[in-house]
Design a protein around this ligand. Structure first.
Ligand SMILES: [Zn+2]
Length: 76
């Protein structure tokens, strides 16, 4: 059973989540702390979203859904 790697993932930069798509392009979602909230913003398409918890998970969902970017550079 794969471990859920939120902020405890040692391969995850806490300020951003980057994934590669099938064409080898890198997509980056930045995670910014704004008070108790965290705000996500995507470098590729400008998508933004507040995420009170599990921002890294939301970032990965966006990267997968919007950009088909699911390859973790840290794991490649
Ligand atoms: Zn995006």
């Amino acid at each position: 059973m794969p471990q859920i790697d939120r902020n405890t993932d040692r391969n995850t930069d806490r300020n951003k989540v980057s994934r590669w798509d099938l064409h080898g392009r890198e997509h980056v979602v930045r995670v910014r702390r704004t008070g108790v909230q965290r705000t996500l913003s995507c470098d590729t398409c400008g998508w933004r979203r507040g995420a009170p918890f599990l921002p890294w998970l939301k970032a990965r969902e966006h990267l997968a859904d919007a950009h088909q970017a699911t390859v973790d550079p840290a794991a490649a």
